[in-house]
Design a protein around this ligand. Sequence first.
Ligand code: C5P
Length: 232
Amino acid sequence: MKYEGKAKRVYATAEPGEYIVEYKDDATAFNAQKRGSWVGKGATNNAITAHLYPQLEAAGVPTHFVRRLSDTEQLVKAVTIVPVEVIVRNVAAGSFSKRLGIEEGTPLTHPVVEYCYKSDALGDPLINTDTALSLGWATEPQLLRIRELALKIRGFLTPYFEQRGVRLIDFKLEFGTLPDGTVVLADEISPDTCRFWDAQTNEKMDKDRFRRDLGGIEDAYAEMLRRVTTEV
Ligand code: C5P
């Protein structure tokens, strides 16, 4: 095992350029102050990510994804994770609403790209790209590429979900670099890392059901898997 995070484990393989990612059933929120778990969470997030990443590749977004190996495991390219979490927002919600006093659900006239330092100890504080540059977390061309890819991913995902009756409110991305410095999309795209609201009812279909004790979390994740894999 190379690394254990809150929701995944990463294992080395016999092939130095490839890792296995195992998706766990554990869920945490508020910087791991709240903990839970439910059977099938890991498999659902693995399946959703494994369904989306090849389509993102086809849309011109290089990713770490190689192939799904089992219900809860996928093979990925070994990358060095850029310690910057990238959040893209279409609609005000969560920490954005809280920080700025903007009502949740207020549409944003332009996509908002935010950056946070990936640090459990510090609770992923908001930073800007100058901070990432000056502390050597990424180069200037890499940061420009990350923003370009984040917006390209938004451009793919927003209509993808809309066609399946889901409003994509916001989402978090992580990027890694290959040995030659190429930036690729890493981590996952799932109800753990996105806010999804039902287009008809605005019902939450994501991890906010766990964070806010709304109940129905297993059904919401299962329904998101169903919608993501629906052919339209
Ligand atoms: O909490 P906040 O409003 O900043 O979250 C924005 C988006 O990023 C949400 O979709 C949330 O699920 C995701 N996020 C995440 N991991 C974090 C922080 C936020 O996946 N550490």
